[in-house]
Design a protein around this ligand. Structure first.
Ligand SMILES: [Zn+2]
Length: 492
């Protein structure tokens, strides 16, 4: 007897019902649709190329269905797919391919649509040196299968710059490879967002002798462009122009902008910082970059951490920019961990000192390990600066200082008039010690992605992009990708 085990679809459809063990044979169907492109989309993957069958798979346009949503009804006599866009038909096909067991497909009724508009993955060629063209190609096909619709591509020194060949690494991708990846993404309804750092994290550029005069600060630590030197913007523009040229269809451009730790280092910047502050140096340069991006007809995206460090800069940020907010630590809705950034003390994640003694027994497992491993304890009520509290206290939830409402800056950025994208962690950022528990355990990234996605949905964020930062075999992020796909599509 041919038993049909109940199928599991990832991401889970919003509504799905099955009839007990009832199946149809897909080979008895042929595709019926007046629009050739949709017909082609279905025939080959489902192997329905022999045209004249008694039973029909109907592809029906239904404008009442939201852009990426679809309805799928399978009965013994007919299959009906309804959608209002190519993407909707494509995602229904992905569901059908997961339902298909040999020739059999279960009798089912599905009504499905995503919870977040942008469901993305960071393709980091810069840090993940293991990832070449072939790995990226496979990854894109995998993303499509799980209804991921965005990739954030960070090339670093692996983009074949023509005007600045000295910054190009020996294991660069070729232009032909990049074009093939872009067109594969397009065929799979995946939007590409290129990322080029415009301020810090430019070691591969600023280590080259020719550009060292633009380096702000000292030799050790991350290199950074001097925002007071006019050549800095010029260099960014020349690099960005080559990236934009090879990506003709893009809407967004990510300008990085994180961890600029050397603000006000050179004599010129130091002097200017006296009047406009370090935050002023930061936002002035970032806004020049954003305005140039906007002039190219693109929407700038930037990392949030420096805006959060200098909250007064958020109001000054070029309107229409999108803030990509990263937090790799929170794993629950309500958490002891607070990401309270401070430039002068290089402060990141903190928690109230009472977790060390008075409340110690109240946290266990992952939350305890996370808090103690990554946080620094302090007296949150007394030691957080008045400026921090005046801006952010309303966003930290009513259990502060014991528990913090996770990802509090989502609402702060939204209230400041910006679209936000959440950026959780796909891999295991702090696994440098080869500690298998942090490298191979999936619990922390899964909880971080889950908690972040949930809050992004609650606060009406544009979406999430799962990020990866470590040079492990790229398969290490597979579980994080599936988790991102699951929660960003299906919700909680
Ligand atoms: Zn400078």
């Amino acid at each position: 007897m041919d038993q049909y085990a109940q199928p599991h679809i990832i991401p889970f459809p919003k509504k799905m019902s099955f009839k007990d063990n009832e199946t149809v044979n897909i080979s008895e169907f042929s595709v019926k649709c007046s629009e050739k492109k949709f017909k082609d989309m279905y025939e080959r993957p489902l192997r329905l190329l022999e045209r004249q069958k008694a039973k029909k798979l109907f592809l029906v346009n239904n404008d009442r269905i939201i852009e990426e949503g679809y309805k799928l009804n399978i009965s013994s006599e007919k299959i009906t797919v309804e959608a209002s866009s190519e993407k909707g038909f494509f995602y229904c096909l992905q569901t059908l391919l997961q339902l298909k067991n040999g020739d059999k497909i279960p009798v089912t009724d599905i009504d499905d649509y995503p919870s977040l508009k942008m469901r993305g993955i960071h393709l980091n060629f810069d840090n993940v040196r293991n990832m070449g063209y072939r790995e990226a190609h496979n990854l894109i096909l995998m993303l499509a299968k799980f209804k991921i619709n965005t990739i954030l591509i960070e090339y670093g020194d692996r983009f074949p710059y023509k005007k600045h060949p000295l910054v190009v690494s020996s294991n660069t991708l070729s232009k032909a490879e990049i074009r093939k990846l872009i067109s594969l993404a397009r065929e799979n309804y995946i939007e590409v967002i290129p990322l080029l750092q415009s301020f810090g994290h430019l070691d591969y550029v600023l280590d080259v002798h020719k550009y060292q005069y633009l380096n702000e600060g000292e030799k050790e630590g991350g290199r950074q462009l001097c925002p007071s030197n006019l050549d800095s913007l010029k260099l960014f523009v020349e690099l960005a122009e080559e990236i934009i040229e090879i990506h003709p269809d893009i809407r967004y451009f990510h300008i990085g902008g994180d961890e600029t730790r050397y603000l006000g280092y050179c004599p010129v910047c130091k002097e200017r910082a006296k009047s406009i502050g370090k935050g002023g140096l930061y936002i002035e340069h970032i806004n020049k970059v954003c305005r140039w991006i906007k002039k190219q007809g693109l929407i700038p995206i930037l990392w949030d951490d420096m805006l959060c460090t200098f909250p007064e800069t958020v109001q000054k940020l070029e309107k229409g920019s999108i803030i990509m907010y990263w937090d790799y630590w929170a794993t629950e809705d309500s958490t002891p961990l607070l990401l309270a950034r401070s430039y002068e003390t290089n402060r990141g994640v903190v928690y109230d000192r009472r977790w060390q003694n008075e409340w110690a027994k109240e946290i266990t497992g992952l939350e305890k390990e996370n808090t103690l491993k990554f946080g620094r304890f302090m007296n949150l009520e007394k030691e957080l600066e008045p400026e921090y509290k005046s801006k952010f206290l309303p966003y930290l939830g009513d259990k502060f200082p014991k528990y913090i409402k996770a990802f509090p800056y989502l609402k702060f950025y939204k209230d400041s008039g910006f679209e936000v994208i959440g950026a959780p962690l796909l891999d295991h950022l702090f696994a440098d010690t080869y500690d298998w528990k942090w490298l191979l355990s999936v619990q922390r990234p899964v909880r971080n992605i889950f908690a972040f996605t949930k809050r992004c949905i609650e606060e009406g964020a544009l979406g999430i992009v799962g990020t990866s930062w470590r040079n492990y075999p790229v398969e290490v992020i597979y579980h994080g990708i599936i988790t991102t796909a699951q929660f960003s599509w299906a919700g909680g």
